[in-house]
Design a protein around this ligand. Sequence first.
Ligand SMILES: Nc1ncnc2c1ncn2[C@@H]1O[C@H](COP(=O)(O)OP(=O)(O)OP(=O)(O)O)[C@@H](O)[C@H]1O
Ligand SMILES: [Mg+2]
Length: 516
Amino acid sequence: MVMMGEMLNLGSTMGTLMLIYTLFKQFFPRHLQLYFEKYFRKSVSFIYPYVEITFDEFTGEFLQKSEAYLAIKSYLGDKSAASAKRLKANVVKDTQNVVLSMDYNEEVTDEFQGVTVWWSVNRTLPSTKRISWFPDDDEKRSYTLTVHKRHREIITQSYISHVLKEGKETATRNRRRKLYSNNPSKDWHGYRRSKWSNVPFEHPATFDTLAMDSNLKEEIKNDLIKFSTAKDYYVRIGKAWKRGYLLYGPPGTGKSSMIAAMANLLDYDVYDLELTAVKENAELRRLLIDTSNKSIVVIEDIDCSLDLTGQREKKKAENEGKDDDLSDPITKKTKEDEKKESKVTLSGLLNCIDGLWSSCGGERIIVFTTNYVEKLDPALIRRGRMDKYIELSYCCFDAFKVFAKNYLEIDSHSLFGEIETLLGDTDMTPADVAENLMPKSNYDEVETCLKRLIEAIKDAKKKKAEDEARLMAEKEEKKKQKSGEEDKEESVKEVKENGMALAANEVKENGVTVSH
Ligand SMILES: Nc1ncnc2c1ncn2[C@@H]1O[C@H](COP(=O)(O)OP(=O)(O)OP(=O)(O)O)[C@@H](O)[C@H]1O
Ligand SMILES: [Mg+2]
C-alpha cells in the first residue's frame, strides 16, 4: 500500500511534468524540439522508473473485442472484490452468481512472485458530444498495468500470460451463454461497432429431448465431443479448429432444435447469422471475425437466404425483364432497392468459410440448415467444407419412444405396436407427433394421447393416399388431353397435305408453272 501511495505521488508529479513539457515545447524552434523531447524523456524515466502497458478493449483492423481485455477484466474482478472501493456488479447464471468488476478510475494492486503491479481501468470519452441512442458508443476503454522497470522481464514473460490464463478460466466459469443476431450494417456506428446484438441463450432442447434415431444421435454427440476436445489434433494436422455441419430435412423435423441441443451439449454461444441483412462479402467477413471462440455460427435456410443456388440464379435470370415495367418509377425504385439489399455471393461465403475466418480463432462450428438439400450448389456442400451431413427426417419409432418418455413418462404401452406399424409407412414430422402427444387438458390420460396420435397418423395416411390418387388422376387427364391434341394436330396436318396435293394437281392440269 505504501508503494501504491508512492506511485500515485509519482503519477501526479508526472502530470505536472507533462504540463511543463507541453508549455515549454512551444518556445523551442521546430528543429530543436526533437532534442528537447529526447532529453525530457530521459530525465522523466529517471524520476519515474515505471513502465506502463495498456490493453485496449478493441484491437485490430476490424476493431474486434480484444480477448486479452476480457480476460483481464475477469481476472481483476476477483482481485478488485477484495480491495477496490468502487465496483460494478453483474448478475449471471440464473441470478445465482454476482460477478464484480472494477469501476472506472479505480486501481488495484496485485502480487506475482514477490513483484507488485498496479492495474487501473480507464475510459476516454469522445471530445465532441453527439446525440445518439447509444450514449456509450464512442467511449474507449482500456486497462493499464504499471510496474517498476526493473521487473519488466518477469512481467512480460510470465505475469501477463498468468493473468490471461486465469482470467479466461474465470470467464468460462462465470459465463452466461448468449444468442447473438447480426445488426444491419447501417447500425454499426461508433467506436464499439456493435455488429451483433445478444440475449441470454436459454433454449431448453438437449440431446435427451431430441427425438430421432438413437444410433444417429449417439454418433452426432460423439462427433461433437471429439471436436471440442481435439485442439491438439487440429494443431498437429495443421487445420483450423473448426467444423461444418449441414442439417437438412423437411420443416418440423428438429433442425433448429438440434442446433440448440449442440450448443447446450458443448456450452457454446450461438450466432444466428441472417444473411439477407448482410450487404456484401466484406461485411460478412467482419461479422464472422467478430464471433468468439466456443461458438456455433448458424445460417438457417441457406437455400432461401441468398442467390446461393444454381436454380435461384437461373430463375432470376428467367424472370428478369419479363414482367417489369422499368419505365414505371415505383417498379424501378423497388428493383434498385432489391439489388442494393444484399450482395453476398456464394463465392464470398465460401471464401469466408475457407479463408480469413478459418485462420482467426478456433473452436468454432458452422451449421447450415436447409429443407431442400438438392437445391444447394455443390460447391457449398463439397467434402472438406461441410464435414458432416445430417439428415433429419420423418418420425421413426425410435424417435416416437423419446417423445413418449418425455411427454407421457412411459417406456411401453399396448398401443406401441400399432403406432410402430403406422409410423413405418406414414410420413409424419416429429413436430406433428409432439403436438398430438401433448396432453390437451389436465384430465388427458396417456391412452387418450396415444389414441389421438393413432388417429392423426391414420388421417395423415388417408390424406396421403387421397393426394396420391388425385395426382395420378390429374396426370392421366393431362396425358389424355395431350394425346387428344396430338390426334387433332395429326388430322389437321393430313387434311392440309391432302388439300395441297389436290391444288398441285389442279395447277398441273391447268398448265400453270410457278417459279420461286
Ligand atoms: N426431432 C425432434 N425432437 C424433438 N422435438 C422436435 C423434433 N422435431 C421437431 N420438434 C418439435 O417441433 C418444433 C419445431 O421443430 P424445429 O423448429 O426444430 O424444426 P425445423 O426442422 O427447424 O423446422 P424448419 O425447417 O421449419 O425450420 C420444436 O419446437 C420441437 O418442439
Ligand atoms: Mg428451423
